[in-house]
Every structure is written in structure tokens, then in C-alpha cells.
Ligand binder design. Structure first.
Ligand code: TRP
Length: 323
């Protein structure tokens, strides 16, 4: 079952608007990273999570595999479980399995990527006593919808895994969690995954692997735009690049134009010129410290209940309660 799929034309118009705004603004060109996850992008991200250089996903899965029962013991019953960005669902399996040992429950993956939603649902279909209700919405719209379905006395356990919080600009992360907090009641909780600061060359390798999978993932956004907006990006004239920004503590992902060139968007009737070496910024991935996670939580109206850290790849899973 799914809640409220957006009509395709509306999402195509929104896609076109956001792409145009990002490429036509003065200064740094940008593209929204949420659009990286079309069917090919989602598959490439799955491949990234298997790369030896990209330890995040495996670290989080180790934590959830090992500590799900302990996490669940700290969460009051009965619970309903919305997840912001379901991904493949593989990591969530450990939590849902631990939760349904004590009660049947509903799980609400919230995703704008239809392909991610359907692979998550088929990945988790076999877990007994869990009914899966896909919510094809942006995170906060989806959470508002799920919160409105809450039966009296039920507690929300919101999952926000994979360090997606690190993809918000500095300051926007606390604002976003503050908005999440706004949908919660005392007794509700948030399980938050965050990647931790580590040596710069290790972080850079995680976002620029020698096989070129990450490059393909980033450049696929241009291929998607070509297909959906009838544009003519020549992918051979753009390169993936990642850098570490010491000031913000984030790895930044860009797509660099290797020459001066003009790209036409025939469906929309506009064009964009690029200087040689001009970049499109697609995503930043902020790396946290244990202290900065606590500060972020406090700023957004949460108290830290417990935290688990992987011993092979610095990554933290933190259980927060609405304070
Ligand atoms: N947001 C994820 C992360 O911070 C996804 C990601 C991995 C990513 N590699 C990327 C996003 C390359 C853009 C470009 O790890």
C-alpha cells in the first residue's frame, strides 16, 4: 500500500523548476541532490555502499545488527515507525525485526524516489507482523501525514539513517531537526545516523573511488536531466570532483565543466553556459563529532538518550527523545 503518489506531471514540473533555478542563479550553480536517486542512481548508490572506500553504510549496518534489541528496549510501546528516506531498507530490517518481536507495527518509509520505495518494500516484505505503508512525499510532508494517522497513546520512532542529516547546510540541519521535532510529542524518539570526522584522505576516497562508481552516480544526474528535460549535457565534457572544506567540515561534491560550453534545455526553452572549470555543486556531506551531535540535538529540541559508535569506521547512531 502507498499513500498519495504525486501525479507525474506535477513532479516533472517541480523537477524542471528546481533544475532551472539551480542552474540559472548567479554565482555557484547547484543541483538538488535529492534528484540523484532515479532508478539508475539508486542502483549506483547501492554499488557505492559496497565499495571498500565507502565505509558508512556497512558501519551503520553493523551498529544496527548488533544493537537493535538494545535500541528497541529504550523505545516505549506501542510504536509506529516512519523513516525519512528509506533507501534499500537493508539496514532497517534489523530494527524492524527487533521491534516486531514485541509487537506488530506499521512502518512508513517516506521517499520521493519511487524506485527506492519499491525496492525497500520488496526487501522487507518477508518480515512478519510489520505492515509497510510507502509514503511518496518529501520528508516533512510525509512525516506530517504519518503523524496525523497516529492512534492515541502510540509513540513515533522516527528513523533518519545514513547520515543524510549531513547533507543539509550548516544551520539548516538544526532547523530541519527542529521541524521534525515539531511533529513529535513527549515520549517520541528519533534515531539519527551521522558519519564522524576522520582523516581527510580517507573521507575524500570515500567520495572519489578509483572504479569511478561515485563519478558515475554524480554524473548520472546530468543524464537524467537530459532524458527528462530534453537537455543536451555532453557527459564527456563534465567530471566528478570532491573536495574537503575545512571551514564547514564537509566533503563537497561538484560536477566540473572541462571546457567552455552551452547546454540547451529544449523542453523548457532556455540554455545555460559554463566557463571552463566552472562547477555545479550537487551535495555536501558534513562530518560530525560526538560533541557536535549533542549540540545539534539540544538546539533542535531533543535530548540524547544513548549513542552507539562503530569500532571500524567512525559512525554514530544516536537515540534522541523529544524533550
Ligand atoms: N549523501 C550520501 C553521503 O553523504 C550519498 C553520497 C555518496 C553522494 N556519494 C556521493 C552524494 C557522491 C553525491 C555525490 O554519503
Amino acid at each position: 500500500m502507498n499513500i498519495a503518489e504525486n501525479p507525474t506531471t506535477e513532479s516533472l514540473e517541480q523537477f524542471a523548476r528546481e533544475i532551472r533555478a539551480g542552474l540559472c542563479q548567479a554565482g555557484q550553480k547547484t543541483l538538488p541532490s535529492k534528484y540523484l536517486y532515479d532508478p539508475l542512481g539508486s542502483t549506483l548508490f547501492e554499488a557505492i555502499s559496497l565499495l571498500p572506500e565507502y565505509g558508512l553504510t556497512r558501519a551503520e549496518e553493523r551498529i544496527l545488527r548488533q544493537y537493535s534489541r538494545e535500541i528497541v528496549r529504550r523505545v516505549p510501546k506501542p510504536a509506529m515507525v516512519p523513516e525519512l528516506g528509506s533507501g534499500s531498507g537493508r539496514k532497517t530490517r534489523w530494527l524492524l525485526t527487533a521491534l516486531c518481536e514485541r509487537e506488530s507495527l506499521s512502518y512508513y518509509p517516506i521517499e520521493i524516489s519511487r524506485s527506492a520505495l519499491s525496492s525497500c518494500k520488496s526487501e522487507l516484505r518477508d518480515i512478519e507482523h510489520v505492515s509497510i505503508v510507502g509514503v511518496e512525499r518529501e520528508y516533512l510532508d510525509g512525516l506530517r501525514e504519518v503523524a496525523s494517522l497516529r492512534p492515541h497513546g502510540t509513540h513515533l520512532l522516527v528513523l533518519f539513517l545514513g547520515s543524510t542529516i549531513g547533507n543539509f547546510d550548516s544551520g539548516a540541519d538544526a532547523r530541519f531537526l527542529g521541524e521534525v521535532r515539531g511533529f513529535l510529542l513527549p515520549g517520541d524518539s528519533l534515531l539519527l545516523g551521522t558519519d564522524l570526522m576522520k582523516p581527510v584522505d580517507q573521507m575524500l576516497k570515500a567520495y572519489d573511488d578509483p572504479l569511478g562508481v561515485t563519478a558515475a552516480f554524480n554524473l548520472n544526474l546530468l543524464a537524467r536531466i537530459n532524458q527528462e528535460l530534453d537537455a543536451d549535457f555532453n557527459l564527456r565534457h563534465f567530471r566528478h570532483s570532491s573536495t574537503f572544506n575545512e571551514v564547514t567540515g564537509s566533503v563537497e561534491m561538484h560536477i566540473r565543466s572541462t571546457r567552455e560550453q552551452t547546454v540547451s534545455f529544449r523542453r523548457e526553452g532556455f540554455s545555460v553556459t559554463f566557463r571552463k572549470d566552472e562547477t555545479i555543486w550537487t551535495e555536501s556531506c558534513h562530518k560530525y563529532s560526538r560533541e557536535s551531535i549533542g549540540e545539534l540535538a539540544a538546539l533542535s529540541g531533543f535530548r540524547t538518550e544513548a549513542q552507539w559508535i562503530d569500532d571500524q569506521w567512525p559512525f554514530a547512531e544516536t537515540l534522541l527523545f523529544a524533550s
